[in-house]
Design a protein around this ligand. Structure first.
Ligand SMILES: Nc1ncnc2c1ncn2[C@@H]1O[C@H](COP(=O)(O)OP(=O)(O)OP(=O)(O)O)[C@@H](O)[C@H]1O
Ligand SMILES: [Mg+2]
Length: 498
């Protein structure tokens, strides 16, 4: 990096100017980088012998980690060091046929990528070949599920003749669940404060910036160890000639994301004044109370030396959260917004102060960061279920065979109806006899004016999430041929269709 200190062009971004040119310049994650190197340099060997362990024979690797900590840079540098040429695809930028960003590599680009990864001449085994690797950056920006993006990428991984390095921010994103099964898992950690301080101080010195060393520390903290935004901030400071001290940062110089704010609130080190904590909450006052509710019980309070004390602290936080809820409801009812500051103190500042410390992980694969409020996901599935239920109920009522209310239908009839609509379709019979249940189901659907769409929706609204036979979705037990014949018969015979 030192070689680049001399270049003077204020139009250049410092993140580019000081971007590591060789692996040794990278801050942190040395063991992850070593793993990447081993995987990449063994890649041809794995493919040839097929004897290596299951993990190392995977044809793709998934680098995950917070923004601005050098994931993309590491991938590019390591490929270069090992003599790989790279094709770098930013998955969230690429557009498919429809032009939608979420198309990922579907559409036109997909064929380019496919050609690239399967072409024998570019592969590693041909004599004329140069070594090549594909870097798929920001795969969490791709469409999930079966909409082309991720599943397309998985297909590409299955057939690839060259190594594929996928990069994402959130390894635990629901969308990446299947992809992760095809990839070696390689989490990157945020570099620690010490490493970052050294790196940033070098930039401060080389640019002769008038910045205190504790301002650098505060900068790192405020940016949550994101090296890229810390460097950007330094560059901004470099444009003015004034002195920069620590206080600068606490004046909300750096806008805080909701994740950063929640991190700071739960952090063990004593944070600032009540005002400053409250300010943090006010930056995202719609979200932070939800984050607090989701996460307070996972904290190991720094003041607790045994389990009992821990429970006492968590219980105190829990009471505040409950009181905060009362505040929020009252504000909503009365529209008395002047109550917001005390409400935020009760619902966010006090509970986070009571339990601040380190985060506890309960499951093995659980990530070590604060969780997004699950309430929001639940609210959205609730409103979807309600919409589906009311559609179903309208059809049910229109048959004139029952005068129950929607609630009664939901509580008494829905599960039974599901049973009657699915059971006949998964008999163990063979040789064409497995289709025998279809007329019964159609008959019932005709009687109650249900459509094929209702048939699917009722599975969804009565489904329970959990493991074991009780929770199994009967839909999955129905043989494919029965299901397709059933769908065709619905189209043919039902009076109401979707
Ligand atoms: N570990 C690091 N060592 C040195 N410089 C770094 C490091 N991490 C980030 N930087 C600086 O930040 C810039 C951006 O890094 P990079 O694009 O690799 O981050 P990223 O982890 O891929 O982020 P994102 O998740 O947003 O894509 C680099 O050009 C470099 O200047
Ligand atoms: Mg990147």
């Amino acid at each position: 990096m030192h070689a680049y200190y001399g270049i003077e062009n204020s139009a250049n971004l410092w993140t580019d100017k000081f971007s590591p040119r060789v692996l040794a310049d990278l801050v942190g994650n040395s063991s992850a980088i070593a793993t990447l190197r081993t995987w990449l340099s063994n890649w041809p060997g794995n493919q040839a012998t097929g004897k290596a362990s299951k993990v190392s024979t995977r044809k793709a690797i998934l680098i995950s980690g917070a923004p601005g900590i050098g994931k993309t840079t590491s991938a590019i540098l390591i490929c270069r060091e090992l003599g790989f040429q790279t094709m770098n695809v930013n998955a969230s930028d690429s557009r498919g046929k429809t032009g939608a960003v979420s198309d990922g590599i579907a559409g036109t680009l997909a064929s380019t990528v496919r050609e690239f990864v399967t072409n024998r001449n570019i592969g590693i085994d041909g004599l004329r070949s140069t070594k090549t690797a594909l870097i798929m950056d920001e795969v969490d920006g791709m469409a999930g599920g079966d909409r082309g993006g991720i599943s397309e990428l998985i297909e590409v991984i299955k057939h690839t003749r060259i190594p594929i390095i996928c990069i994402c921010n959130d390894r635990y994103s629901q969308k990446l669940k299947t992809l992760a099964n095809y990839c070696v898992d390689l989490p990157f950690q945020r570099p620690n404060k010490l490493q970052l301080r050294k790196y940033l101080n070098q930039i401060v010195a080389s640019q002769r910036l008038d910045v205190d060393s504790d301002a650098v520390d505060a900068l790192i903290e405020a940016n949550n160890n994101d090296l890229r935004s810390s460097i950007n901030q330094l560059q901004l400071w470099g444009m003015s000639s004034k002195h920069h001290g620590r206080n600068e940062i606490s004046k909300k110089d750096v806008a805080t994301s909701v994740f950063q704010a929640i991190d700071v609130l739960f952090r063990p080190s004593p944070l600032k004044t009540l005002d400053e904590r409250l300010n943090l909450v006010f930056q995202h006052s719609d979200m932070i109370p939800l984050f607090v509710q989701e996460n307070y019980a996972c904290m190991r309070p720094r003041d607790s030396t045994n389990e009992l004390q821990r429970i006492v602290h968590v219980a105190a936080a829990s009471s505040r959260v409950a009181e905060g809820d009362v505040f929020a409801t009252t504000i909503n009812k009365t529209q008395n917004w002047t109550m917001m500051p005390p409400a935020n103190i009760v619902s966010c500042v006090l509970p986070t102060s009571a339990v601040r410390g380190s985060r506890e992980t309960f499951g093995q694969a659980e990530r070590h960061t604060h969780r997004f409020p699950s309430l929001l996901g639940k609210l959205s599935s609730k409103s979807k279920s309600q919409r589906l239920l009311s559609e179903l109920y309208q059809h049910f009522r229109s048959s004139g065979r029952s005068c129950s209310t929607q609630l009664e239908f939901c509580l008494w009839y829905a599960s039974l109806t599901k049973r009657l609509l699915t059971r006949p379709l998964f008999s163990q019979a063979r040789g064409g006899k497995e289709l025998d249940g279809i007329p019964d189901v159609l008959n019932l659907m005709q009687t109650y004016n249900f459509t094929r769409g209702d048939w699917a929706n009722i599975q969804e609204i009565t489904g329970l999430s959990g493991k074991g036979p009780t929770f199994e979705n009967p839909n999955t037990q129905i043989p494919t041929n029965v299901k397709s014949t059933f769908t065709r018969s619905c189209k043919r015979e039902l009076q109401f269709s979707d």
